[in-house]
Design a protein around this ligand. Structure first.
Ligand SMILES: [Zn+2]
Length: 339
């Protein structure tokens, strides 16, 4: 082990739970973080500093002003950049000794396997059940441990899920709750200590799994406002008829979720032009959109601002429309813009 390396990670290697051997295992590990928002930025920051050898950050959205109170890696100058790109940029300055890949991509049934394949662990930085059920399916299919984490308001929860050691997420929650039956952070709000704490818990669990330490099957539930901290043993919640535990991965076969609003409770829609496999030429697009609003092209994403809405065009063919939660209306708008 090189001298600089020993110096850099000395405090972690002194920590009995990790040691020299554990640090080497961290350095040869690949972690995939799905979602680079409030949870994802805390997780990515923790894992990059801890020296995880390969980090992959996946996020489909761009940085906005309303993200700054809790999405710890971002600064005001990042507004309008894809979150995955901005996060990669900041983390490269934090740790040049590891491989960091930020992907401004949508995690869906079509892309899940290629994005996650080869990971030693997957971390949940998402904000919706659809994505989590997809993570559960792909991780069970590929035999990858994953850390579930969720926050709302001042509350949060987390559970480490090991393939072959049920319960999995679907054992605990057989079907995702229907949209509209639960609140999202866009409706109930969120304060930064909640993702700060749950993100740190996810990092701790990842360090344990990656350095070869046994984890347990206790679900953590916290309410930072009421100061309630609870661990619930869910080992007995494994279901023998759980489809995912029996190799039936329903969410890998659902249609990509591009026709639904982007976030529950927020007027955003993501459209995916799957027919268009080639990279979108943003410069050419900027020329075509000139005169239809305020156009800004930062090389990663092209934004068009109009009076009541904003449209973001990504190079992978995705389009996010803000200002409506009606996919039909968003598609109509795109048709008009492309005319
Ligand atoms: Zn299960």
């Amino acid at each position: 082990m090189e001298g600089y390396y020993k110096k850099r990670y000395s405090r972690q290697m002194l920590f009995q739970g990790i040691g020299d051997g554990g640090q080497e295992r961290l350095a040869s590990s690949r972690a995939v973080i799905i979602g680079c928002g409030a949870l994802g930025t805390v997780i990515a920051n923790g894992l990059a500093r801890a020296g995880i050898g390969q980090l992959v950050l996946i996020d489909r959205d761009v940085v906005e002003w309303s993200n700054l109170p809790r999405q710890m890696l971002f600064e005001e100058r990042d507004i309008g950049l894809p979150k995955a790109v901005a996060a990669e940029m900041h983390l490269r300055a934090v740790n040049s000794g590891i491989e960091i890949t930020g992907l401004a991509r949508d995690f869906n049934a079509k892309t899940a396997e290629s994005l996650v394949a080869g990971a030693d662990i997957v971390l949940d930085g998402t904000d919706n059940f659809a994505a989590r059920f997809l993570i559960n399916d792909i991780c069970l299919k590929l035999g990858i441990p994953w850390i579930y984490g969720a926050v709302l308001g001042a509350t949060g929860c987390s559970l480490t899920i090991q393939p072959d050691y049920p319960p999995c997420l679907r054992c605990l929650i057989p079907e995702p709750p229907e949209a509209g039956t639960f609140l999202s952070c866009h409706q109930a709000g969120v304060i930064n200590p909640a993702p700060g704490l749950i993100g740190a818990v996810e990092v701790a669990e990842a360090l344990k799994v990656l350095s070869g330490v046994q984890t347990d099957q206790r679900l953590l539930e916290v309410d930072l406002w009421q100061r309630n901290y609870r661990l619930v043993n869910v080992a007995g919640a494994a279901r023998f008829d759980c489809p995912a535990c029996n190799g039936q991965y329903d969410y890998l076969h659902t249609e990509t979720g591009n026709h639904s609003p982007l976030y529950a409770g927020e007027a955003s829609v993501q459209l995916y032009n799957t027919a268009k496999a080639e990279r979108v030429d943003l410069d050419e697009l900027a020329g075509r959109l000139a005169g239809q609003g305020k156009v800004c092209n930062n090389g990663y994403v092209l934004s068009l601002r109009q009076e009541n809405r904003s449209v973001y065009f990504f190079t992978d063919g995705r389009v996010i429309v803000r200002g409506t939660d009606d996919p039909a209306q968003a598609r109509l708008l795109l048709k008009e813009l492309r005319r």
